[in-house]
Design a protein around this ligand. Structure first.
Ligand SMILES: [Zn+2]
Length: 301
């Protein structure tokens, strides 16, 4: 039995609630946090969230709701929704978030987009209405939007240019492209090192097996490189394709993290063009996973 029948568990404001037939689950429809499900047990526990967790979970659920994704909170997972959501501290990134949200709401050129700052502010990862107003003002100062009144915004040509840049450069992507040698000796490093670590850091690992390397696959590789947030170049085996992909990624201005098994690196020096990069020279899969995670968390923002 929920302790607050008409209150949103996340933000504490009035919300519509109904119970899901037969299950110990409440279905909540909150004007701020969006629609979500919550286990009856968790719903009965008030005061679990501190202030920071409260606004972050409000944004995390609202942004998922806006994208049409379902949210189902229970005692074991509610913090994961926060951990798996990016909360940029940089106002320019938040301006980008606002532009993307406007584009999601109305992708029509010249469309005047209704957006109510009081109710809709958690649609971007900001903590308050005031912060939303500030980000809107910055977006206006940069010439990305015009706002005829407090309830509407319009994307300008400059704003469309910025959206195009966001799409083309993969700034907005959650994908990590892995260029590596596809040898069976690398299976463990991939499964339990690279892939595991990328997923743990909240990104989607992309690798293309080079067994079918032909012109079509080459185009596909370039498309994936363009769309990637960052690239990992695993140089164990000194595979030529990895150098090509790392070079292409650098040309696109992508961040490239170089890794190589230390025993291989010591016995087979890598090409001099890349030697000056700060390699992660790993001893074993666990070492690779830990050090790569630290590097991603420190350098990919
Ligand atoms: Zn709420």
């Amino acid at each position: 039995m929920a302790s607050s029948p008409n209150t949103c568990w996340i933000c504490g404001k009035p919300a519509d609630k109904s119970s899901a037939g037969g299950r110990d689950v409440e279905i909540v429809s909150c004007p701020y946090c969006g629609d979500y499900e919550i286990s009856g047990t968790l719903d009965a526990c008030e005061g679990r969230l501190n202030e920071t967790q409260r606004w972050k979970l409000c944004c995390a659920t609202r942004m998922r709701h806006n994208r049409g994704e379902s949210v189902s909170l229970d005692g074991g997972n509610y913090l994961e929704y926060i951990e798996n959501t990016r909360f940029p501290g940089n106002p320019l990134e938040l301006v980008d978030e606002l532009l993307k949200e406007l584009n999601r709401r109305n992708p029509d050129i010249g469309g005047v987009i209704p957006i109510n700052s009081i109710r809709d502010y958690p649609s971007i990862p900001v903590k308050s209405v005031d912060q939303f107003h500030k980000i809107s003002q910055y977006a206006g100062d940069l010439g990305y939007i015009v706002s005829p009144d407090n309830q509407h915004m319009e994307i300008t040509l400059k704003g469309w240019q910025r959206l195009d840049e966001i799409t083309r450069t993969g700034i907005d992507s959650n994908k990590a492209f892995v260029a590596m040698w596809f040898d069976s000796s690398m299976a463990d490093a991939w499964d339990n090192g690279l892939k595991r670590c990328i997923i743990d850091c909240g990104y989607e690992p992309i690798r293309i097996d080079q067994t079918d390397y032909n012109e079509g696959v080459c185009d596909e590789i370039i498309a994936h490189l363009r769309n990637a947030r960052f690239v990992i170049a695993e140089l164990t085996g000194n595979n030529q394709g990895v150098y090509y992909e790392a070079g292409f990624a650098h040309g696109l201005g992508k961040q490239v993290i170089f890794t190589c098994k230390k025993s291989y690196f010591d016995a087979n020096p890598v090409h001099f063009d890349v030697r000056h990069y700060n390699f992660i020279l790993w001893e074993n899969t666990e070492d690779l996973k830990t050090r790569l995670r630290n590097r991603i968390q420190a350098t990919i923002v």
